[in-house]
Design a protein around this ligand. Structure first.
Ligand SMILES: [Zn+2]
Length: 465
């Protein structure tokens, strides 16, 4: 078997690994978009480190754009095989890829304006909604823990990764004289999180490709985060009578916040405080969550016995319409507004921030990582004043952050997830999907357990296993 690392190599985005079996099958594990600094990523996203039409099948670990976001481009460039994923991932990829296509189109319109001024020819977007519709026909679902045969000698299985709805680890088995089992973690979730089940242990394997996003970091305790969320709601909405703005990623983070607010409501703490979910994509994804109760953990299943809608409560309003969103500007009283994007670099949340940032009664609460240079990052850094939609704004609102909502295992959780695999015959471990520093830290931590079997492959590197 031959492996080629075609993305997420010494970096955290663009997950994509080529597996070539001895029988000549070319399998792609994920086909993700590179996300980060524009000039750098545009170049990476435009070309593949393989020939798309030579790929026989894609095995997709989960719906996050940095794992699935280049599938429409792969199809556009000639890939014609099946794309395997779990049923919940399949439900999520449609709205996420369409949203991504719209962003690609807007980005290319913006860049082409500049190119025109410089006398350069326009560039096509990476892909369009039509390309997305075309690739959506090629998906095929495989439930967790079912072996699926790709041919008489190669099969694979998904197991619950506990990272986001539908997320999976992958085990590929090959027969023959050099038969082996290859494991791919995708993104590993966390134990004891609300909503989703804990990560299911992977099957023992000979070769493992593992993520390492938080290979050098520990997350804060979950229960402290819940108490802090209530403290912020109480301070903002009941003491200062202001608005609480929560920039949140549409997938995962938004549903966790809704679920926690639902719990506060059940404890009669929210009273009649209005909550608005102002994002069409978040509304769509929350509806998909509600249809996949089979992916939930025992805690939420127990809740379902008394509360059929764990992501909703009487005073929650879903907003998809732009005009309704604009009307929130004039909403007088205290309220919670949850809106995308999580880093506040785009989307409706930026308008809400612009309208409320100079109001000292308000709070802007970040519940996820903000990449350097984004508005979220500038606010978290305490930069004041800031530019919001072209205007200088004095930051008078409270800026708060809760970092315990991560969907990724931290260093300790990753170590606990990997340990049984390291001690049951693993021969080679490749660390991907992490910064080089976090990979080195994880390598040093794991080496005493498994010895010298860990590599940190570079982009395009090929190995025979
Ligand atoms: Zn992910």
């Amino acid at each position: 078997m031959r492996l080629r690392f075609c993305g997420a190599a010494r970096t955290v985005t663009g997950s994509c690994h080529l597996v070539q079996t001895d029988g000549g099958l070319n399998l792609l594990l994920d086909c993700g978009l590179f996300q980060g600094r524009q000039a750098y990523i545009d170049d990476w996203n435009m070309r593949f480190a393989f020939v798309p039409k030579e790929i026989d099948a894609v095995i997709l670990s989960h719906a996050h754009i940095d794992h699935a976001g280049r599938i429409p481009k792969l199809v556009k460039e000639g890939f014609r095989g099946p794309i395997y994923c779990t049923p919940a991932t399949h439900a999520l990829v449609a709205p996420l890829l369409l949203d991504c296509a719209h962003i690609q189109q807007k980005d290319s319109e913006y860049h082409n304006k500049h190119r025109k001024r410089q006398g350069l020819p326009p560039l096509d977007p990476l892909y369009t909604p039509n390309d997305v519709h075309r690739c959506l026909q090629m998906f095929q679902t495989v439930p967790y823990e079912n072996w699926f045969s790709l041919n008489s000698k190669v099969r694979f299985q998904f197991r619950d990764a506990g990272h986001i709805l539908g997320s999976a680890t992958v085990s590929i088995e090959t027969d023959g004289p050099h038969g082996l089992r290859l494991g791919f973690t995708g993104d590993v979730g966390r134990p004891d999180r609300p909503i989703l089940r804990d990560p299911n242990p992977m099957l023992p394997c000979d070769i493992l490709i593992s993520e390492s996003t938080y290979g050098d970091k520990l997350h804060p305790d979950r229960h402290r985060e819940e108490a802090m969320l209530w403290e912020i709601v109480y301070d903002t909405c009941f003491q200062r009578l202001g608005k609480l703005l929560i920039p949140a990623f549409s997938l995962g983070r938004t549903q966790e916040i809704l679920y926690l607010l639902n719990r506060l409501d059940q404890q009669k703490l929210l009273r009649h405080l209005p909550v608005f979910l102002d994002s069409p994509l978040s509304v769509d994804i929350t509806a998909i969550y509600r249809k996949h109760l089979d992916c939930f953990d025992d805690e939420i299943r127990q809740l379902l016995l008394t509360d059929p809608n764990p992501f909703g409560f009487p005073q929650l309003t879903f907003i998809t319409d732009v005009e309704q969103s604009k009307q929130l500007n004039d909403y007088p009283g205290p309220a919670i507004i949850i809106s995308a994007s999580g880093m506040a670099e785009a989307g409706r949340i930026v308008h809400h921030i612009k309208n409320n940032i100079e109001d000292e009664r308000c709070t802007i609460l970040f519940v996820g990582h903000c990449a350097e240079g984004t508005l979220g990052w500038r606010l978290r850094q305490g930069i004041n004043p800031v530019r919001v939609l072209g205007q200088h704004k004095t930051v008078k609102a409270r800026i708060a952050a809760l970092d315990g909502f991560s969907a990724h295992a931290d260093q300790l959780e990753l170590m606990q997830f990997l340990k049984p695999l390291l001690t049951s015959g693993l021969k080679q471990l490749f660390l991907v999907h992490g910064t080089y520093e976090s990979q080195i830290a994880l390598q040093q931590l794991l080496q005493p357990v498994c010895g010298d079997i860990i590599s940190i492959p570079d982009f395009g590197q090929e190995v025979v296993v």
